[in-house]
Design a protein. Structure first.
Length: 610
């Protein structure tokens, strides 16, 4: 009887815990697969792991930047000391996935804090559980927990939610105990350590308390929050980041000399903040960007609502039914990242996309605002107030579930496919979509040119203490060392150089001629201090050795030429050169077709749509 009574009293919380553990199980499986498939690279999981590993070895948050320079994190225009919190865990479990799993656990269990905040404000276990589960189904959470690796801005989600809950608990009970205030401030400090702009969240939170939580004690807390956060923000943006920028610039200059290109003093690398170039439509300095964003309204509106931004706004707010907009007092806390993400004028960055980790801290604010919006509506519709607390949380939950599948949230997409394959024994993923019409644009998976077995072979051949120059996608596996640079950085000084002729991340970032790879590889082959140790797939491993006699002539190369039957241009410079389809097909029975694509330029194969 006690068990039945316990189940009845805690049924909603039990359901929430059930969804939590399903999330953890699926997320664990996906992340292990992605790691083993070399989907996590140097940027960003490799960098995060390298910083924690270097800290363990006496080099505080050091990493190797784009140009092969070993420098502190803030020289790369990021200030996120939250990583120090994970050093003790990493000391016990030294593996890149330690950070991924730690973040996933923190985010998934944040749903319990959402539950507690909702229970405190709405006084309904059903509403609290529905919103807690909705948080787990929110599409961006699925991407953060399975696609983005580790980022400080994501890991601090529970600390911000926890600080908000502790304060609301104190305010509603009017009991501002010393213990709770200390916990509150610890959580705020942890939140601000997640990334350089997060002090602005605490600043806006302090403003919310000042305006919406009257009282002498709350006023003192709010003013101290705003003061501390403003000082932290100014130090990060105007002292620390510009103060170490010269190390980044020096590294860029050395890198340019090593590959034989001229240093461009006008490049964004020379700016006090590396990321200022993302807002180049407004200026090239902090003051210029801020002033022009405020004064040039037309430009700001064009940028905010240009391109795919309206769709990104819709994908951000639709899961929570746009309810946060009904409670601007709490939603204003998300203004810093909304501005940072939607005012980027540089193309191809995707800062506003729900698949991007930069949405991380907007999510807890969305759910806090949703809770308070529901509370506001229920208070103003007193006659049906209790029904509002049932209908709206249910509607938000349904919306989050529907959009999780509609926006292909990886956690639930994997779960759906796993269930379908087990329920229907004959089920096979059907590449054809019956609902597609001419003119529809569908995102397809990136074309993968990695050889996993070959990649693992290369990783196993590199000694632990060796410095390495290699492709981005090996960067997570080889991150626990002092130096891992993206080729061609350090091509003439690293202990080991791994060449993937298709991997050109750094050249794309710097807008350099892709023929530089060819020239550098030629010099590497001719060098009498590097010996070709092995090669497989796309990869070739060169080891630095003492000078030895080497044949200077390049060997004859065998080039495979596919016998092209057709030349149908289907998208930009992507052409169909051969295909075959079954002579007969039957609706409902999977059939396989074969299509051979040819690329007419040397650009990356990633990101194509059909």
């Amino acid at each position: 009887m006690k068990i039945i009574k316990f189940l009845r009293q805690n049924i909603f919380l039990i359901i929430l815990f059930g969804v939590i553990f399903i999330n953890l199980a699926v997320g664990l499986r996906i992340n292990v697969f992605r790691y083993n498939n070399f989907d996590f690279g140097k940027f960003d999981l490799g960098n995060m792991t390298q910083m924690v590993w270097n800290t363990l070895h006496g080099r505080l948050l050091y990493l190797t930047d784009y140009f092969g320079t070993n420098l502190p994190r803030w020289a790369m225009s990021h200030v996120d000391p939250i990583l120090l919190l994970f050093v003790p865990i990493f000391a016990v479990f030294q593996h890149p996935l330690t950070l991924v799993f730690s973040q996933m656990i923190l985010i998934v269990f944040s749903s319990l804090i959402v539950y507690k905040i909702a229970l405190l404000e709405l006084e309904s276990k059903f509403a609290a559980a529905a919103l807690g589960v909705a948080f787990l189904f929110y599409p961006a959470i699925g991407y953060i927990n399975s696609q983005t690796g580790f980022h400080g801005v994501s890991a601090v989600i529970p600390f911000f939610l926890g600080a908000f809950y502790i304060f609301e608990l104190m305010y509603k009970s009017q009991s501002f105990t010393k213990r709770n205030i200390i916990i509150f401030w610890i959580l705020l400090v942890l939140t601000m350590s997640g990334k350089e702009q997060l002090p602005l969240y605490v600043l806006m939170y302090g403003l919310f308390i000042l305006l919406c939580r009257p009282g002498e004690k709350t006023k003192k807390i709010a003013i101290s929050m705003m003061g501390v956060s403003l000082v932290w923000f100014v130090l990060a943006f105007f002292v620390i980041i510009p103060g170490f920028a010269h190390q980044r610039v020096a590294g860029y200059e050395e890198f340019s000399r090593s590959i034989g290109v001229e240093v461009d003093p006008k490049r964004d690398i020379a700016l006090p903040n590396y990321f200022l170039s993302r807002y180049d439509a407004f200026g090239d300095s902090y003051l210029g960007v801020i002033v022009n964003v405020l004064l040039d309204h037309r430009m700001a509106i064009r940028v905010i609502f240009g391109g795919e931004r309206p769709e990104n706004l819709q994908r951000t707010f639709t899961p929570v039914l746009f309810l946060p907009l009904l409670h601007p007092g709490t939603f204003m806390m998300a203004v810093p990242d909304m501005a940072i993400n939607y005012l980027t004028s540089a193309g191809g960055i995707g800062t506003a996309e729900i698949e991007n980790h930069r949405i991380s801290m907007i999510i807890p604010v969305l759910f806090i605002s949703t809770i308070f919006a529901i509370s506001f509506i229920s208070r103003n519709l007193k006659k049906i107030g209790d029904w509002v607390k049932v209908i709206l949380p249910t509607a938000v939950l349904i919306s989050c579930v529907v959009t999780a599948f509609k926006y292909n949230s990886p956690i639930y997409l994997w779960l759906e496919q796993a269930v379908r394959k087990r329920v229907g024994a004959a089920y096979e993923e059907d590449p054809l979509r019956e609902d597609l019409k001419v003119g529809d644009v569908v995102k397809i998976a990136d074309l993968d040119n990695k050889d996993v077995l070959c990649s693992q072979k290369m990783v196993n051949m590199i000694p632990d203490e060796a410095s390495v120059s290699g492709p981005d996608y090996l960067g997570a596996h080889l991150s626990m060392r002092e130096t891992y640079a993206i080729f061609p950085a350090l091509w003439n000084s690293a202990d080991y150089v791994i060449v993937d002729v298709f991997s050109r991340k750094i050249l794309t970032i710097l807008d350099l001629d892709t023929n530089i790879v060819r020239d550098v590889v030629e010099d590497l082959i001719k060098s009498d201090t590097y010996k070709l140790t092995t090669g497989c797939g796309n990869l070739f491993l060169f080891e630095k050795v003492d000078s030895y006699d080497k044949e200077k002539l390049l060997p004859l190369q065998e080039r495979y030429s596919y016998p092209e039957k057709y030349d149908y241009k289907i998208y930009s410079d992507l052409n169909v050169v051969d295909f075959s389809v079954p002579s007969e097909i039957t609706r409902g029975i999977p059939s396989k077709a074969r299509v051979v694509y040819a690329k007419r330029t040397n650009d990356s194969l990633d990101g194509y749509v059909l």
